[in-house]
Design a protein around this ligand. Structure first.
Ligand code: NDP
Length: 285
């Protein structure tokens, strides 16, 4: 039976550390870190994410500023709000909850956030800094994956890492991080031929697909570490990952559950990025 990588417990520990850090840094600097969270429209899943993020901020002593725009708000309105927040000295981080309504262009909107306040790590400047190996705000889910591997002392250097998924928010940045940590990285996607065979080569298999329980035992090398980023509902409406946990955990060496794996780490990394942005803005190293 595999070691279960407990993202929930690890995230709670990190959040406590961040709260302690915020207390001491804010007392010295005379101002708490601030995170602006923008939601356009009222998508129920987005509302849950936004609520959780604001709650996590409050618990860590970070001030959260909520901005709700109606579904039919114009892109110009959103860009004006972002520009105001770019200039607002109380705001260290700006997060625009995705997905945006169809009439808005995600790239234009994310590009409008000042890179120094881009706590989601989606701005092309931060993406470029990551891919050229420089310090940057790293997107939260990939950062959470790396944090978990490190916390569980899972060797990355020289290991073969296969990532299923090439999205801008998970697959590609997680690949960059693993490369930075000296793994030998393969990125698979929907056009990859013979996916199970490629995955069976992996010492570290990261699934970021969005297909309920697609990854079966047949994809996993005995003893491999399996990180399941997916959040899906199966046919019974139950929350499941991309990996068929029951059978995968019989063959893997270590594995993340869903829920309670990568998900909680993502929020912890958002708080961490906000504090990083705050420190940088105030020149506190
Ligand atoms: P996207 O839909 O943007 O990307 C999915 C990727 O999976 C694409 O690259 C796609 O390939 C690939 N893919 C789809 N079907 C297959 C297949 N049959 N075989 C191989 N590859 C396939 O999703 P995201 O990256 O945004 O999210 C992935 C999952 O992670 C989702 O379940 C999402 O909910 C979850 N997630 C979880 C987070 C967390 O905090 N835990 C945070 C963010 C996301 P192609 O490019 O060829 O289309």
């Amino acid at each position: 039976m595999a070691t279960i990588i407990d993202g929930k417990a690890l995230a709670a520990k990190i959040r406590q550390e961040i709260a302690n850090e915020v207390n001491s840094v804010a007392a010295a600097a005379g101002r708490r870190p601030g995170l602006a969270v923008i939601q356009v429209g009222a998508d129920p899943a987005s509302s849950v994410y936004v609520r959780n993020k604001k709650k996590a901020c409050e618990e860590a002593g970070i001030v959260s500023f909520g901005y709700d725009l109606p579904e039919d708000a114009s892109q110009e309105q959103l860009l004006e709000l972002i520009e105001a927040l770019n200039q607002d000295e109380r705001v260290d981080g700006i997060l625009c909850q995705l997905p945006l309504p169809d009439h808005m262009d995600e790239f234009t909107v994310l590009n409008a956030i000042r890179p120094e306040k881009d706590v989601d790590g989606f701005h092309p400047v931060n993406v470029g800094l990551l891919s050229t190996g420089h310090k940057s705000l790293v997107s939260c889910t990939p950062a959470g994956v790396l944090e978990m591997l490190k916390a569980y002392n899972i060797e990355i250097k020289g290991k073969r890492c296969v990532i299923i998924g090439r999205s801008n928010i998970v697959g590609k940045p997680v690949a960059q991080l693993m490369l930075r940590e000296h793994a030998t990285v393969t990125i698979a996607h929907s056009r990859t031929v013979d996916l199970p065979k490629i995955c069976r080569d992996a010492d570290i298999l990261i699934a970021a697909v969005g297909r309920a329980e697609m990854v079966t035992a047949d994809y996993i090398k005995p003893g491999a570490t399996v990180i399941d980023v997916g959040i899906n509902r199966n046919e019974q409406g139950k929350l499941v990952g991309d990996v068929r946990f029951e059978e995968a955990s019989q063959i893997a060496g270590a594995i993340t559950p869903v829920p309670g794996g990568v998900g909680p780490m993502t929020i912890a990394m958002l708080l961490k990025n906000t504090v990083q942005a705050y420190r940088q803005a105030r020149g506190i190293l």
